[in-house]
Write a protein that binds this ligand. Structure first.
Ligand SMILES: Cc1cc2nc3c(=O)[nH]c(=O)nc-3n(C[C@H](O)[C@H](O)[C@H](O)COP(=O)(O)O)c2cc1C
Length: 329
C-alpha cells in the first residue's frame, strides 16, 4: 500500500509527469482514462499567481475526473511560494507539488526549479514554510543534483521528509544534464535503501515501455513511477504499464483506428479548452506519436504540423481514416 497524504494506492501508482504545454486538462483526462493513476498540472509560477495573472490561474483548474490531482508550483522565495500555495489550495487539489527540478535557464538561473539545488538550506527552509502554510499535503519533484560533482539527493530526500513532505519524485538526471544522457536510477534506488525513508519515492526518467517500468520497479523498489515524454501522443503507455505490473500481461499496441479516435477526441477537447489558435499549436506536439506507425505519412504529418486551420485538420483526420483504416478493415 502506498500512501500520499489522504490518497491510498493498492498497487504501484503510475504518474503522468507535469509537462508545460503538454499535460493540460485535456491530455490529463485522456491519460487518466487510459490508466494513469495520478496527474499533475503544468508548473505554475508562484509570482504570477500572486499577481493574479489569468493565464497562470487557468493552469490550476481541473475536472473532478482527473483526481487524484496535484498542482505544481515554482518560485524562489518563501513568501510568494506560501501565498501561491494558499491560492492553489483554494482549488482543492489532492496535493501541491513544489518544482525543485526545472533546468531551464530562465527559471533555474533565478534560483527557482533546479536552481535551488545550489542552495539546499534555502530549499529546505522554503519547503518547510510551504508545508506549514497549507493543510493540503505537499510533495516535491526534483533531480538528483546540480551536476556530476554535486548529487545530494539521498540526504536531501531525508531532509525533505523531515520537514513534512508527503512524497518525493526524482528525475534521475542532474540539472546540468538537462534532458541529455541517460537517467541514472541508481541514486533513486539508494534513497529507497535508506531505512529512515518512510514517504513514497516516485522514480522518473526515460521510462518508455511497460518492460522498462517493470524493470525499474523491481530493480530500484520505487513506490511509484512517473512517465513524461513517452506519453506524448501515446497515452496507452499507462494501460500497458498497468497491465504488465498488475496482471503480468503484455497489451497489444492500439490499432490505427483507436489511435485516430483518441487523437480526434484529444483535438476536440483541446480546442474547446484553449480555443482554435492555441489548441492547434498544443496538439502539434502529439501528432508524431499518435501516427508514428503509419507508412508514407510524411506529407500528411507536415500538413498537420503547419496548418492553422481546424477544418483542414479535421479533413486530414478524414483522409487518414480513408487511407489507413478503411484499408485495414
Ligand atoms: C515538454 C516538457 C515540459 C516539462 N515541463 C515540466 C514541468 O512543468 N514541471 C516539471 O516538474 N517537469 C517538467 N518536465 C520534466 C518532466 O516532468 C520529466 O521529469 C522529464 O521529462 C523526465 O521524464 P521522462 O523521461 O519520462 O520524460 C517537462 C518535460 C518536458 C519534455
Amino acid at each position: 500500500m502506498v500512501q500520499i497524504g489522504n490518497l491510498h494506492f493498492e498497487n504501484t501508482p503510475i504518474f503522468l509527469a507535469p509537462m508545460e504545454d503538454v499535460s493540460d486538462t485535456s491530455f490529463r483526462m485522456i491519460c487518466k482514462e487510459l490508466g494513469a493513476d495520478v496527474v499533475i498540472s503544468e508548473f505554475a509560477s508562484a509570482d504570477a499567481l500572486i499577481r493574479n495573472i489569468r493565464q497562470t490561474e487557468q493552469k490550476l483548474s481541473f475536472c473532478q475526473r482527473e483526481r487524484p490531482f496535484g498542482i505544481q508550483l515554482f518560485g524562489n522565495e518563501a513568501g510568494s511560494m506560501c501565498e501561491a500555495a494558499r491560492i492553489a489550495q483554494e482549488y482543492n487539489p489532492d496535493f501541491i507539488d513544489i518544482n525543485w527540478g526545472c533546468p531551464v535557464k530562465k527559471i533555474a538561473g533565478k534560483g527557482a526549479g533546479a536552481g535551488m539545488l545550489q542552495n539546499l538550506p534555502l530549499l529546505i527552509a522554503i519547503t518547510k514554510e510551504v508545508v506549514r502554510s497549507v493543510k493540503t499535503p505537499v510533495t516535491v519533484k526534483t533531480r538528483t543534483g546540480w551536476d556530476e560533482t554535486n548529487k545530494p539527493i539521498v540526504e536531501l530526500a531525508e531532509q525533505l521528509q523531515d520537514v513534512g513532505v508527503s512524497a518525493i519524485s526524482i528525475h534521475g538526471r542532474t540539472r546540468s544534464m538537462m534532458y541529455k544522457g541517460e537517467a541514472d536510477w541508481t541514486l533513486i534506488g539508494k534513497i529507497k535503501e535508506n531505512p529512515r525513508m518512510r514517504i513514497p519515492v516516485i522514480g522518473n526518467g526515460d521510462v518508455d515501455t511497460a518492460q522498462k517500468a517493470l524493470q525499474v520497479k523491481e530493480r530500484y523498489r520505487v513506490d511509484g513511477i512517473m512517465i513524461g515524454r513517452a506519453s506524448v501522443g501515446n497515452p496507452w503507455i499507462f494501460s500497458a504499464v498497468k497491465s504488465l505490473l498488475e496482471k503480468n500481461m503484455i497489451l497489444a499496441s492500439p490499432s490505427i483506428e483507436e489511435r485516430l479516435a483518441v487523437c480526434k477526441r484529444h483535438f476536440d477537447m483541446t480546442l474547446q479548452d484553449k480555443g482554435e489558435h492555441y489548441g492547434i499549436l498544443t496538439m502539434r506536439k502529439h501528432y508524431k506519436n499518435y501516427f508514428r506507425e503509419l507508412e508514407n505519412f510524411k506529407q500528411t504529418r507536415i500538413k498537420l504540423l503547419t496548418t492553422s486551420c481546424a477544418e483542414e485538420i479535421v479533413s486530414l483526420f478524414q483522409s487518414i481514416e480513408k487511407q489507413y483504416i478503411k484499408q485495414e478493415r
